[in-house]
Ligand binder design. Structure first.
Ligand code: PMP
Length: 287
């Protein structure tokens, strides 16, 4: 693919970037990540992602290995070196490789974190064929651990959920805990009923989406009523519209839940409007 990636202070061709087999990200999923979107060669909500990275690291007793300005510079250099117009930048920080396997955290003074970043070009983010049609979701039980607010690289269950959806002929899965939707496998979940936008409140049950925060802010600015509360699977199936948000999909319409079509079975008007507002406003504020 010929990508230039970043590993521990160096920009390298992807085939030359190597990480130890003792890396705790590899052995124990002991690491965190972020995904920042690039539109027009610029970063969407960089500071939101940086703030969440700091929080995730702090919750795991890790220190941030670089300042905001260095992170920003590395992101920008990767965009430039790989000529990314539209796509994503993936970053990962693990607790490093102490040279052995041990449940006890290594001393950070002798085991520095492993820092990896790479680009993923995707020219169809804004003009997404999926967003025009909407996606179909199935519901699955939420079997993840209890600290979903930390953006760890431990993504096996979300990955299994996505596979369950694909096997069922759908696009994605919404996870259900005690009859209520938590979130999608890699996105936050919303329904719209009688003009009200409803999404689960923030807690350790879900990831605090950076796109979620922006979309709720834009909705309030556009005087669209928002309710941050849990909603049930039955409520979702009876909703007028539904959608998910994430850095790479923005606002993505959901048109079917467990085989039941929502509204007309096509992307709803409020969802479509929110997607337009989100893309327009985010583009204006991009760094
Ligand atoms: N929830 C989960 C479980 C996710 O994996 C993601 C995307 N990483 C999100 C929500 C959306 O977060 P963001 O808007 O910051 O991409």
């Amino acid at each position: 693919m010929g990508r230039i990636v970043y590993l521990n202070g160096e920009f390298l061709p992807e085939e030359d970037a190597r990480v130890s087999i003792f890396d705790r990200g590899f052995l124990m999923a002991d690491g965190v990540y972020e995904v920042t979107t690039v539109i027009d060669g610029k970063l969407i909500d960089f500071d939101g992602h940086f703030a969440r990275l700091e929080r995730s690291l702090g919750e795991l007793d890790m220190t941030n290995p670089m300042t905001r300005d260095v992170w920003l510079d590395v992101h920008r250099q990767l965009v430039a070196r790989n000529e990314v117009e539209q796509g994503m930048i993936y970053l990962q920080v693990t607790r490093g490789a102490s040279g052995d396997r041990d449940f006890v955290f290594p001393d950070p003074a002798s085991t520095p974190p492993t820092v990896v970043l790479f680009t993923q070009a995707n020219p169809a983010l804004v003009d997404s064929p999926k967003a025009k049609k909407g996606i179909r979701v199935i519901s699955i039980e939420d079997l993840r651990w209890g600290r979903r607010d930390i953006k760890t690289v431990q993504l096996l269950y979300p990955s299994m959920g996505k596979m369950m959806a694909i096997k069922a002929g759908a696009d994605d899965a919404w996870m259900v805990q005690d009859g209520e939707i938590t979130e999608g496998t890699s996105n936050n979940a919303y329904i719209i009923k009688d003009g009200r936008i409803i999404t689960r409140g923030l807690s350790t049950d879900i990831l605090h989406g950076i796109t979620r925060a922006a979309v709720l802010r834009f909705a309030q600015e556009a005087q669209l009523p928002v309710e941050e509360r849990s909603f049930t699977l039955d409520e979702a199936k009876a909703a007028d519209e539904a959608f998910v948000t994430s850095a790479s999909t923005f606002v993505m319409p959901v048109v079917e839940i467990d085989g039941s079509p929502l509204g007309q079975g096509t992307p709803g008007p409020l969802t479509t409007r929110l997607r337009e507002i989100y893309i327009e406003e985010s583009r204006k504020a991009a760094l």
